[in-house]
Ligand binder design. Structure first.
Ligand SMILES: [Zn+2]
Length: 183
């Protein structure tokens, strides 16, 4: 699929999710009876929040999304290596960073009273955002992550050119609708 077609497929899937018209997805099978080819259409970097599972939010079935998740979609070396693998080896050339309304990780990063055990999540978010308004901070967290993707994949992007597409998006918890961020 071309990157524009992938994004359109995710947009349409989100419309189905938000309107409660999700389709029933079959498990990907190989007609020859072997292991199906691993060919996801997109990589989704998402927060671990249980209310925004990417496969549901974009109404995609097994085999369609390569998902990298951590609270606040904070990335660490193994996360970046996973994204690299998905793009370079698996061939998923569309990357979506999915933040969401009411992100507790971003809210915790803006609070002065947070447990040390959560520091590995809130530290990077604090360094990225610097806002006092949680809505702005959530958007900034997505935008900075998009820029980090561009930086980590610079060599791949230069080589593949227009084949690679990176988008930021924020999911509303109230409506389920995804708002796509402009560049
Ligand atoms: Zn979150």
């Amino acid at each position: 699929m071309r990157p524009d077609d992938v994004l359109n497929s995710l947009r349409e899937g989100n419309e189905r999710f938000a309107s409660g018209a999700m389709v029933r997805h079959e498990r990907v099978t190989d007609p020859a009876g072997g292991i199906p080819v691993h060919k996801p259409k997109a990589v989704v970097i998402a927060c671990s929040d249980a209310r925004v599972p990417p496969e549901a939010v974009f109404d995609q079935g097994p085999g369609e999304l390569f998902v990298v998740r951590c609270a606040g979609h904070v990335m660490e070396p193994a996360s970046w290596a996973s994204v690299w693998f998905a793009v370079e080896v698996v061939g998923a050339h569309t990357i979506v960073v999915l933040g969401h309304e009411g992100c507790a990780a971003v809210e915790a990063a803006m609070s002065s009273n947070t447990p040390d055990a959560f520091g590995a999540v809130i530290g990077p978010i604090r360094a990225r955002t610097g806002h006092t308004d949680v809505t702005c901070a959530i958007e900034a967290n997505v935008r900075v992550t998009v820029h980090e993707v561009e930086a980590h994949l610079r060599e791949t992007i230069e080589r593949l050119g227009g084949e690679v597409q990176i988008a930021g998006a924020i999911c509303s918890l109230k409506t389920g609708k995804v708002e796509w961020l402009e560049e």
